[in-house]
Design a protein around this ligand. Structure first.
Ligand SMILES: [Zn+2]
Length: 212
């Protein structure tokens, strides 16, 4: 493999972290060294522009994070397959006993865009294509609305996808029970990249409202 400038950049970053930034949080890391007690499970997109701790101003140890394409929550099922997202949800809720689950979508989401590509256009990415079937209801709903404005369609798709994935959480029997007993909160956010604005889903009004 060829050594490239970005690798050098990453190694330099580690050097700088361990000699400077780490010292600032030394006591926190010492405390966290043997245990974690995150209060929130953050389910976000793998997109490089989404940085959960940055947008929530949280410290190491606070968020248990799952990231995948288009911040998707698969429907609950029992399977002999290796289920990354499902096992992380299970661990966060049953073992770490998080108080909140936060599904965070974002603007300009490539995963949400790919929902509208046909099979030929996504032939090179068969696993991504399959994964996005978990948002097929969003696609159906958006297509039934026949929105002509592209930006509007993008926003609506990304926001509707957050709500859809929040609903998928309720298919997990142990989440459903905790949610009914008010032992866990389920939140939906929409993050707008260019402006840094974060919108919170208000279930009563069925819309996203900017957090001020
Ligand atoms: Zn995305």
């Amino acid at each position: 493999m060829l050594w490239n400038s970005k690798m050098e950049y990453l190694f330099d970053g580690v050097r700088e972290f361990s000699t400077r930034d780490f010292l600032e949080y030394k006591n926190l890391f010492k405390k966290l060294g043997r245990e974690q007690a995150p209060h929130t499970l953050f389910i976000g997109c793998s997109d490089s522009r989404i940085v959960p701790n940055l947008i929530t101003k949280t410290l190491p140890g606070e968020l248990f994070v799952i990231r995948n394409i288009a911040n998707i929550v698969p429907y609950y099922r029992q399977s002999e397959e290796y289920l990354a997202t499902t096992s992380a949800i299970e661990y966060a809720v049953k073992v770490l006993k998080v108080e909140n689950i936060l599904v965070c979508g974002h603007s300009n989401c490539g995963g949400c865009k790919a929902l509208f590509l046909d099979k030929e256009q996504t032939a090179e990415i068969p696993h991504t294509q399959k994964w996005l079937e978990l948002a097929s209801r969003v696609k159906q709903k958006i297509e039934s609305e026949a929105i002509t404005d592209e930006i509007e369609r993008e926003w609506k798709t990304e926001q509707l996808n957050v709500v859809e994935q929040m609903n998928h959480l309720i298919t997990y029997p142990y989440i459903k029970e905790k949610y009914r007993n008010k032992e866990i909160n389920i939140l939906g956010w929409y993050y707008h990249i260019e402006t840094g604005a974060v919108f919170n889903y208000q279930a009563e009004e069925k819309r996203f409202i900017k957090i001020n």
